[in-house]
Design a protein around this ligand. Structure first.
Ligand code: ZN
Length: 277
């Protein structure tokens, strides 16, 4: 089955991973800007990162016949430095019209601090003014419930935002309901150590239905599994779900959400299915 991974950090992965993804049926990936594992020292560090995301990574993906889209921001982990964050936000428009840039992300909260909220709101303002899609990171573990509520409150307070153009990622059982009720898209992240498992993602599809739901690996430089979406496909099949339902979640839904971006271009794969699940 063809699928799309809507959240994966390929700059942290090797070219062999692209090849493996392609063999498993992956035809496109979307890569939000994120934390590199260390705080960057200047706005120029981000400029080079954005050049990598918008100018090189598409080419590397294309070697394996995978399409690559990306998102730009300064992430919540580096948002404590409000001055640097403002410099980065001011620089983002230089890259917004590069091919494959779908919007602003992944923005959000990490430790739910005041500075993180300031920088989050300034990203929202940029997205509203430039009519960009938004991809949101919700915090980890003990900070998730409170952080997700804070994020949803800030989103709902901004009357300019169309909720169908916002994806709230890393939802779990205790946060997904509120995200969907408010008209947002929800992303389930399959991680080996935290967030969600393939089985729990199946549970959530069964509980809430497939509308506005996405599944991703959020593969990065830490413990993660870039082929987690095929794990979800297998888990859904084992429960007896139809191919049409699975395909909606892993292929049609990402196309519907990303298709709202003015920079969205997608060439459907050839008719022959690749080997894999
Ligand atoms: Zn991420």
């Amino acid at each position: 089955m063809y699928y799309i991974d809507p959240h994966i950090h390929m700059v942290s992965r090797v070219t062999d991973d692209y090849e493996t993804l392609a063999r498993m049926g992956c035809v496109a990936v979307s890569e939000p800007a994120f934390w590199a594992g260390f705080d960057r020292g200047s706005v120029d560090g981000f400029r080079d990162y954005f050049r990598q995301l918008t100018q090189f990574e598409q080419k590397r993906a294309s070697w394996s016949k995978i399409q690559h889209w990306t998102w730009l921001c300064i992430n919540a982990k580096e948002a404590e430095d409000v001055k640097l964050s403002r410099e980065v936000i001011a620089m983002i428009p230089e890259f917004m019209d590069q091919p494959g840039v779908l919007g602003i992300g992944e923005i959000g909260l990490n430790k739910n601090t005041k500075n993180e909220a300031i920088v989050f709101l300034e990203h929202l303002d940029l997205a509203a003014k430039t009519d960009e899609l938004i991809l949101i990171h919700t915090p980890h573990l003990e900070d998730k419930y409170k952080g997700t509520r804070m994020i949803l409150d800030m989103l709902c307070d901004d009357q300019r935002l169309d909720h169908h153009r916002v994806l709230v990622d890393h939802v779990e059982e205790h946060t997904i309901g509120r995200v969907l009720e408010n008209g947002f898209w929800a992303g389930m992240t399959l991680y080996p150590t935290s967030k969600c498992t393939p089985e729990r993602a199946c549970d959530m599809v069964e509980m809430y239905g497939p509308e506005r739901l996405l599944v991703n690996s959020a593969g990065d430089w830490g413990p993660s599994r870039p082929v987690a979406v095929p794990d979800f496909i297998m888990a859904m099949r084992k429960r007896g779900h139809s191919e049409a339902l699975i395909r909606k979640v892993v292929y049609e839904n990402p196309l519907e959400f990303f298709g709202q971006s003015r920079n969205f271009v997608f060439t459907p794969p050839e008719m022959s299915e690749p080997a894999g699940v």
